[in-house]
Design a binder for this molecule. Structure first.
Ligand SMILES: *Cc1c(COP(=O)(O)O)cnc(C)c1O
Length: 656
């Protein structure tokens, strides 16, 4: 039988010259989500039915000559019917139980980092699921592996990394289950790159211009380390075949990944385990990562902040001390959008500090943990990938972006790797984090099979190599449907200010409105409560500190805020509809804030700082994540921000 084969379309590449789609206007936002009321139900339903049918035809057209294996009369059989009944019963109870879920879609939800899901991503995910691709390699995912690699390039472009695979130094990115694993991948890559020059020296590789001693080998740095890796690969390629294998084995035997930390540092007495410097506001995934890597939590040094941003002077002092004490540094982490406060670390100052330290012999990787704030970078990008000026970005907003915030985003291109979570500000379903490194050549050091001789490699080979994705990722089997969701969403909403940027634009506008309203709230309720926004928001998370009027005691203020939060938190014991709003809670610790900042906030709240004690060692505050795109409902003239503050005022008055 001769069946004509359909030739599938190629996956469109994101070439820089590709004509950008026209800018979207605000009404495009109306089509982006299922909506708080399920407004776009028929659109989603149409898509789901259309592509489910499409999937079925695909099955039938594989070998239409094969007869149906499940007989048409099967539905009449008792066993079939009993199974269907059981399945329905269980699905109905699941569906009923899920009604207790947290209503992330609602503009009344301003708690954690979750919101509605983008329709293109949700539809792409649903449509891909029945094909069940496994992105561990192209053998199990001929289509979605390439989409994942291209999604990495889309994110690279958003960050200001080279995104043209024809370039030797093109960036590379892949998806992970979340930001935690992406941060871990950053640690793995940084350690591999840091320790590799030491292994080359130990193996005695000749003629490739190796550093003079272990200390300088361990401080080769990212760019020079990648250049050295290239020299080694070229040198190796020029050896006769039998010697090539022997040399590779010799170097492999000296690598930290082969020896383990204990043996590696035992062999190199000049070196001690390197440290990771991160701001005290860093996510706890960094603690997990250091434990997992075996370096140990003690190697994570937390640096003080100023206004919840990494204190660049404290970083400088820590680096000076490391240099003086010959303490190697693996990585400095800057956070772009802290989990608790949404603040933006001075990435530019970290990059500058590395430049200065490199000249003095202390080198390290720079990783940006942008799990939360990564997609804010779309606000700073033109469609051609160029950076927008602060004035251009700021034209839409009252205060955003502060000069420091603009400088931080502008400096991303000078860092080595970034974590971004599509399942946070990318509005996509869970199971989608991303790790992106600036220069893909370093990834050779993570490959499970050490066949990293790819001399004279051109653009085509970039895709060919990364189709064996599981070679490079911490995970093995992974969801191809998640990759399809990320890739398709970035195609529908390219990662620049005129497209995807519409979403973060809404959230920053909402945060500015929230901040203004909080100040009004503070003035209006001055007779019953002292309230303040403890630090001006850098992005779209806004905190609110409260203290009942007349009270000076921190413990009492905390009890008050906890009672307010009781009504704002998820409570599975009560019907969802009884909940007016969802918010979250965080704390300010005096040792994190610093004495001066704590004094300032205590004064605003009329609290006595002397009442911080063992029982009340931190100030409890409300935290609001303003990522719902419909917080300001123009259609009905409702501001959920106003409503929230009206509700809060009522609660405060009731509690006082
Ligand atoms: C959320 C977050 C993480 C962890 O990401 P998961 O996706 O939850 O694993 C890491 N860093 C920051 C800054 C985050 O906000």
């Amino acid at each position: 039988m001769n069946i004509p084969l359909a030739i599938p379309r190629d996956i469109p590449a994101n070439t820089p010259n590709e004509s950008a789609p026209e800018a979207l206007d605000r009404s495009a936002l109306d089509a982006c989500f299922l909506g708080p009321y399920g407004e776009n139900d028929s659109l989603l339903e149409k898509l789901v039915v259309e592509f489910l049918r499409d999937h079925v035809y695909w099955r039938r057209n594989f070998h239409p000559e094969d007869p149906p294996a499940i007989p048409t009369r099967a539905t009449q059989q008792p066993g079939y019917q009993a199974f269907e009944a059981r399945m329905r019963r269980e699905l109905h109870s699941l569906s009923a139980a899920l009604k207790k879920s947290v209503p992330f879609h609602s503009p009344r939800y301003i708690g954690h980092m979750a919101s509605d899901l983008l329709l293109p991503g949700l539809a792409a995910q649903l449509l891909t699921l029945p094909y069940n691709p496994n992105n561990v390699s192209e053998d199990a995912a001929p289509v979605t592996v390439e989409m994942e690699v291209r999604a990495g390039l889309q994110l690279a472009r958003m960050l200001g990394y080279p995104d043209d695979p024809a370039r030797d130094d093109c960036a590379f990115g892949h998806l992970t289950s979340g930001g935690t694993v992406a941060n871990y991948q950053a640690l793995r890559l940084a350690l591999a790159l840091k320790a590799f020059p030491v292994a080359l020296r130990a193996a005695g590789v000749p003629d490739i211009d190796l550093p003079d001693d272990d200390w300088s080998a361990f401080n080769t740095g990212t760019t020079a380390g990648i250049a050295l890796l290239g020299r080694w690969q070229r040198w190796l390629a020029n050896q006769p075949a039998d010697q090539r294998r022997a040399w590779r084995a010799r170097v492999q035997a000296e690598r930290i990944e082969t020896l383990g930390l204990v043996d590696f540092f035992a062999r190199h007495a000049q070196l001690s385990p390197p440290r990771v410097l991160a701001p005290v506001t860093a996510h706890y995934s960094w603690s997990k990562g250091l434990k997992l890597l075996g370096l140990g939590r003690a190697q994570l040094e937390l640096l003080p902040e100023r206004n919840m941003r990494l204190d660049a002077e404290a970083l400088q002092e820590a680096l000076e001390r490391c240099l003086r004490e010959r303490q190697p540094v693996l990585m400095v982490v800057a956070v772009l959008g802290t989990t608790e406060y949404g603040t933006i670390d001075p990435v530019d100052r970290v990059v500058a500090a590395r430049g200065a330290m490199r000249a003095r012999g202390l080198d390290f990787s720079i990783h940006v943990d942008a799990a939360w704030g990564g997609y804010l970078a779309t606000l700073f990008r033109n469609a051609d990938g160029s950076l927008r000026s602060r004035a251009e970005v700021g034209a839409d907003f009252a205060h955003f972006p502060q000069p420091e915030v603009h400088a931080a985003f502008a400096a991303l291109g000078g860092t080595d790797s970034v974590t971004v979570d599509p399942h946070k500000l990318g509005y996509l379903p869970y199971g989608a984090g991303a790790f992106i490194c600036r220069d893909h050549r370093a990834m050779a050091l993570l490959a499970e099979e050490a066949d990293y001789v790819f001399d004279g490699e051109g653009a085509g080979d970039y895709m060919a190599r990364y189709r064996r994705l599981g070679q490079f990722t911490p995970e093995g089997s992974k969801s191809g449907a998640a990759a399809a969701a990320v890739y398709v969403t970035h195609r529908v909403l390219p990662l620049d200010h005129a497209h995807f940027g519409l979403l973060p634009r809404q959230t920053v506008l909402a945060a500015e409105a929230f901040h203004r309203r909080a100040q009004q709230f503070s003035a209006e309720l001055a007779d019953s409560v002292h309230a303040c926004v403890p630090f001006a928001p850098d992005s779209n998370l806004v905190c609110l500190a409260l203290n009942p009027a007349g009270n000076r005691d921190v413990g009492h203020a905390n009890a008050f805020v906890r009672r307010l939060h009781e009504e704002l938190r998820c409570d599975p014991q009560r019907p969802l509809q009884m909940k007016e709003f969802f918010g979250s809670m965080t704390t300010l610790r005096p040792e994190v804030l610093g004495a001066a900042e704590m004094q300032r906030i205590a004064a605003q709240l009329r609290l006595d700082p002397a009442t911080f004690d063992d029982a009340a060692d931190r100030l409890v505050i409300l935290r609001h994540t303003l990522m719902n795109p419909y917080l300001i409902d123009r259609e009905n003239g409702i501001s959920y921000i106003d409503r929230y503050f009206d509700y809060l005022a009522m609660r405060v008055r009731a509690l006082c």
